[in-house]
Design a protein around this ligand. Structure first.
Ligand code: UD1
Ligand code: CA
Length: 508
């Protein structure tokens, strides 16, 4: 995403992400900040926005669900500092322990701009934070707060502005506000830039003497003003971009809006999205111009689709690379690679480790796993191909299965190039079918088939003449058999089929 690359402004000394809150309204065993939208946790979004500023340090303050949240911090960004909040409640305490940890980390007092942000604001991007930091420096502020104007400000901290200058005098929490202050619809988003020194000394003066018995970060504003230092607000005209995720309803609404913005961005980059309402694309997915996404498509994780490929309808891909011009129809896939010009589905299941070569085919009702299928090779119908390597230009007959599991261990099936495996073969691994080899339809292949050989493994057919008329007299089958015999004016052929039709598999 363009907003997550180089910073548009002087990098701040540090970003502190406040992620210690409980989030009780999610009604979840999982910490709020570990709920995800757009393929990223709320915490992941906050950290990405912070990282986009290229700060010298990034700290995340944790407490509720501490170990899970700390693990996510580490997973997202091993460079980030995990800081534990103690049992003193409030955003002020969270910022204070964050700053103290940064001071300890630098071995002195951190100086410069410190961005403090909430951890539950998934649509906040690096560009918005960058503008806030730029305004902070340009105006020479001690504190710069990002605000927005909402219809219903109930529950939020209100921005109290000075008559005349419009500068910020204070932020008053809803529970502590007067009736007059509650009329204010400009609210604190919990996204700030502070001068480190003002923040440190301000927090040292903050008490828990308020309606909620918490240390309020917002009280640092009045502290700065009392010192005669300027505090100003930047109003965003995009309230959604700073909206917190307090419950599952907000999670779904913000998730849908994030998706809408992601799709809008890709459409403007040349991607056709036939039905944005039923198409979901995670923020880290990469799409090339002239990709077409048909209805019901979901692209997750690090999925990457090259130009001219068509995905869908009704396809879910997670961490899948799709080559140029490939088509992927009604498919569920993960951790797989689909080559250029290849064709997958309808109704294919690509499990991790599937690598389909250029112009290859994984067709209808086919499941693959840990399988390399070479360029131009085809597995068109009703197959399971697991723990297998298939060379180039080979064809696997319908309903063929690689039996990779002996009940204890997994084994590999190797099929060479330009081989033709017959329909309904059971390939009992470990086993190899050589280059250019054929196998007969219905074979159970337990021994290697050398290059160029025909592998056959099945009982010969025997026809018992007249059996139906003798054993099932009076049935429709017997009547049909008798009619056929009369029409032919003779008995059925008495020969038995001992020929071996080579593959009997479909080749398309
Ligand atoms: C806070 C602001 C309020 C603002 C609102 C925006 C204060 C006192 N109030 O309200 O002005 O309008 O956000 O949503 O700052 N957190 C901690 N440790 C804590 C408490 C909170 O790390 O002890 C973190 C939370 O994880 C969250 C952020 O701080 O990321 C905001 O906490 P939340 O409880 O949502 O904010 P409020 O206090 O309701
Ligand atoms: Ca909140």
């Amino acid at each position: 995403m363009s907003t997550e690359t180089s910073p548009a402004t002087t990098p701040p000394a540090a970003v502190v992400v406040l992620a210690a809150g409980q989030g009780t309204r999610m009604k979840s065993a999982r910490p709020k900040v570990l709920h995800a939208v757009g393929g990223r946790t709320l915490l992941g979004h906050a950290m990405a926005a912070g990282r986009a500023l290229a700060p010298q340090h990034l700290a995340v303050v944790v407490r509720h669900g501490r170990d899970l949240v700390a693990a996510e911090v580490e997973r997202v960004d091993p460079q980030a500092l995990v800081v534990d909040q103690d049992d003193v409640p409030g955003t002020g305490r969270a910022a204070q322990v964050g700053l103290a940890a940064l001071d300890a980390h630098v071995g002195g007092e951190l100086t410069g701009a410190v961005v403090v942000t909430a951890s539950d604001v998934p649509l906040l991007d690096g560009a918005t934070l960058g503008q806030l930091v730029a305004a902070h420096h340009a105006d020479g502020n001690a504190v710069t707060v990002l605000t927005t104007v909402v219809e219903d400000a109930t529950g939020y901290g209100r921005i109290v502005r000075e008559d005349g200058t419009g500068d910020v005098l204070a932020i008053v929490e809803h529970k502590d506000a007067t009736d007059e202050q509650r009329q204010v619809r400009e609210i604190n988003t919990s996204i700030f830039v502070f001068d480190a020194d003002v923040l440190r000394r301000g927090l040292a003066s903050v008490t828990q003497d308020n309606a909620q018995g918490e240390m309020y970060l917002t009280d640092v504003v009045a502290f700065a003003r009392a010192e005669g230092r300027p505090v100003r607000a930047v109003i965003t005209d995009d309230p959604t971009s700073v909206e917190g995720t307090n419950d599952r309803l907000a999670l779904s609404v913000l998730g849908a809006e994030l998706n809408r913005r992601t799709l809008e961005r890709w459409m403007l980059e040349g991607v056709t999205v036939v039905d944005p309402g039923s198409t979901w694309v995670d923020v880290d997915v990469e799409l090339a111009p002239d990709v077409t996404l048909l209805p019901g498509t979901q692209l997750h994780g690090a999925t990457k689709v090259e130009g001219g490929a068509t995905i869908g309808p009704d396809t879910t891909l997670t961490d899948v690379e799709v080559g140029a011009g490939a088509t992927v129809v009604r498919t569920h896939g993960s951790l797989s690679v689909i080559g250029a010009g290849a064709s997958v589905g309808p109704f294919a299941y690509l499990r991790p480790g599937t690598v389909l070569g250029d112009k290859g085919k994984i067709g209808t009702f086919v499941e693959t796993k840990n399988a390399e299928i070479g360029a131009g090779s085809k597995v068109p119908h009703l197959s399971y191909i697991g723990d297998a390597t298939i060379g180039e230009g080979s064809n696997i007959g319908a309903a063929t299965v690689t039996l990779n599991y002996d009940g204890v261990n997994k084994h590999r099936t190797t099929i060479g190039s330009h081989a033709k495996v017959g329909g309904d073969n059971m390939l009992v691994a470990p086993v190899t079918v050589g280059d250019g080899a054929y196998t007969a339809a219905g074979s159970v292949i337990t021994r290697d088939v050398p290059a160029g050989a025909l592998g056959v493994s099945r009982a010969q057919q025997r026809n018992v003449e007249g059996w139906v008329e003798r054993k099932r007299p009076g049935t429709a089958a017997a009547d049909a058999a008798a009619a056929a015999r009369r029409a032919e004016g003779q008995h059925n052929s008495t020969t038995t089929d001992d020929g071996v039709a080579p593959t009997e598999g479909s080749s398309n």
